[in-house]
Design a protein around this ligand. Structure first.
Ligand code: ADP
Ligand code: MG
Length: 313
């Protein structure tokens, strides 16, 4: 269910954990035996860092480690790669890409980089391994850009299709749109935290994915969730025990634990209240990911989330 498609987009507000969830999904899918390509769009190689692999050049698949290969995708690099396929003569290609008019065109053409980004993703998703004749990747996971316009590149193929009449561009755009909108092949997973702003943004995003993009929604990942570890009756017991104890060190320790338990339980309640406002996004299959408390969030912490995802898949 979580990775039974061939192309997965992970979207959400900046900072909620898109890159983290994309990496965890990739590792969980690889554990299930899939050959996974994880694409980080306009990223800062955070995915490679988290997975503890060397980042490769933009548009190049890095080495497969734990069943996952990481690729950074960047619009202008994708455009050069695309032109390389159209203009196979290297010397001529360089003349083109170094020219002033090219630089001007790339900077000025609205949406060109986004179009090239999604084109490159499409190319990788349908890429055939020449030796085996089968798909090169079982699953392509796309970690969306960090900016507020994280859905922009998903809209470009439709825009291109509508802007061009019959012809090559229209045919190419049609192919990409059909893949993006096909519920058998594609899913958009939403990531949020159980806080006010991210929840609001999730409501908007869910609607835009469904109505504007007409893309199939997958699951909702609620990240950094405080889980209820103490029942209210347990907290009361702790507090009572702290009050009654005559030994100061026991009194102090029990008191501190009770206070911490109350705090954690307060977070749980707050989280739950915010999640009531998810609207239609709240009806999606949901995966709760715990807040992993640690000084630094690294691969070891990531693996805790992989276990949760594996159990939910
Ligand atoms: N479950 C979690 N528990 C604790 N910290 C987390 C968790 N998930 C993500 N983080 C931390 O939250 C921050 C944002 O995560 P990141 O995946 O980079 O978000 P995004 O890609 O959406 O901007 C990072 O510092 C990350 O380590
Ligand atoms: Mg990110």
């Amino acid at each position: 269910m979580l990775f039974d498609r061939q192309l997965i987009f992970v979207v959400g507000k900046g900072g909620v954990g898109k890159t983290t969830v994309s990496c965890a999904l990739a590792l969980a899918a690889a554990r299930a035996g899939k050959r996974v390509l994880l694409c980080e769009v306009d990223g800062v190689s955070r995915a490679a860092q988290l997975l503890e692999v060397e980042p490769a050049a933009p548009g190049v698949a890095g080495p497969v480690v734990d069943g996952v290969s990481v690729m950074g995708i960047e619009g202008s690099a994708a455009l050069v790669e695309y032109l390389g396929m159209v203009i196979p003569v290297r010397r001529f290609l360089q003349t083109v890409t170094k020219s002033e008019i090219y630089q001007y065109f790339v900077a000025a053409a609205p949406g060109l980089k986004e179009l090239m980004t999604i084109g490159k993703i499409w190319f990788e998703a349908q890429r055939i391994d020449k030796r085996s004749g089968k798909a090169l990747w079982d699953l392509v996971i796309v970690d969306s850009p960090a900016t507020g316009h994280g859905l922009q590149y998903l809209r470009m193929p439709q825009a291109a299709r509508d802007a061009f009449g019959a012809g090559l561009v229209r045919r190419e755009a049609d192919k990409v749109v059909s893949l993006l909108q096909d519920p058998r092949q594609t899913a958009v997973h939403l990531v949020t935290t159980a806080e006010e702003m991210p929840v609001n943004e999730t409501v908007t995003m869910e609607q835009r994915v469904r109505e504007e993009l007409a893309m199939p929604l997958g699951s909702l990942f609620v990240n950094r969730l405080h889980l209820e570890r103490f029942r209210p009756s347990d907290i009361e017991l702790l507090e009572k025990a702290a009050r009654r104890s005559r030994r100061p060190e026991v009194k102090q320790t029990l008191g501190a634990v009770a206070k911490r338990a109350r705090e954690e339980s307060g977070w749980t309640t707050l989280n739950r209240q915010h999640l009531r406002h998810l609207g239609a996004a709240g009806k999606l299959p949901r995966v709760d990911l715990p807040f992993v408390f640690s000084e630094e969030f690294a691969k070891q912490q990531l693996l805790e989330l992989v276990d949760v995802i594996e159990a939910a898949a």
